[in-house]
Design a protein around this ligand. Structure first.
Ligand SMILES: Nc1ncnc2c1ncn2[C@@H]1O[C@H](COP(=O)(O)OP(=O)(O)OP(=O)(O)O)[C@@H](O)[C@H]1O
Ligand SMILES: [Mg+2]
Length: 235
């Protein structure tokens, strides 16, 4: 469905991605793991068109989308819930959700999806009239994921959804990530530093080390591998 081939991405002279190959198949959750500064966010920015690759190709559903504008890529159905939430703090929760559907003209579908996301995260219905900036960190993450869903993604890009959240909230959000994948058939590329957690929801995973993919495989195999456990999962 999504395929990166030999993607090199730079910030000025800094080569943040050194020729990465990565694939997400229809219906899959794929985890992209790695330490701080490994290039995880850069990989998402390369896909979403915010920081286009200098070399290499990105294909989505059979089309070459390399170098297209971020708007064109969103219109193809690749939608990101950004790192650090980035909801609109001065807009209400409801207004934030509707912003996620700004490209859509199917009113009924938008209404149905509002109902769907508030069934996933009932707290958002309770907070509908409150400004986004007053939500807790966990609630803002729920809003960011829901806002992305309001765009009816074919592929969802999630950048560290667990960042800074309490274990119970993280579990809730990860359960819902899996539920979205199953119920909506949305493919998900999940960037995480928390490898243990991500490997429990993902089907497959890639490990990124200073801009290069150093390991990839089926999530359960990686979880069971002693070398991987020692290097990435704290024993
Ligand atoms: N806008 C930028 N300008 C210059 N260098 C950047 C920029 N954004 C990222 N980098 C550099 O590119 C490398 C990869 O950064 P990136 O944000 O992709 O890492 P990451 O894996 O997402 O890390 P984290 O887990 O901390 O979010 C880092 O060395 C970073 O300093
Ligand atoms: Mg990052």
């Amino acid at each position: 469905m999504l395929a990166l081939a030999g993607v090199h991405t730079y910030y000025g002279n800094i080569e943040a991605l050194k020729g990465i190959d990565l694939e997400v198949k229809e219906g899959e959750i794929v985890a992209l793991l790695g330490a701080n500064g490994a290039g995880k966010t850069t990989a998402l920015s390369s896909i979403s068109g915010l920081v286009p690759p200098k070399r290499g190709r990105i294909r989505f559903r059979g089309e070459d989308i390399t170098g297209r504008s971020p708007e064109a890529i969103v219109a193809e159905g690749i939608i990101q819930a950004p790192e650090g939430r980035r909801i609109f703090p001065d807009l209400t929760v409801m207004e934030n959700l509707k912003m996620g559907a700004y490209l859509r003209r199917d009113k009924k579908g938008v209404e149905d999806d509002l109902e769907y996301v508030t069934s996933l995260f009932p707290i958002l219905a309770k907070r509908a009239g409150q400004s986004g900036g007053t939500l807790s960190g966990g609630e803002q993450q729920m809003l960011a994921i829901s806002r992305a869903l309001m765009g009816r993604p074919k592929m969802l890009l999630l950048d560290e959804p667990s960042l800074g959240l309490a274990p119970l909230i993280i579990r809730n959000i990860f359960d819902i990530i899996r539920q979205i994948n199953i119920e909506q058939g949305v493919a998900i590329l999940l960037v995480e530093q928390n490898a243990n957690l991500a490997l429990r929801v993902a089907h497959r995973a890639y490990i990124l080390t200073t801009g290069a993919i150093t390991l990839s495989g089926v999530a359960d195999d990686l979880l069971a591998d002693e070398g991987v456990r020692k290097a990435y999962l704290g024993g």
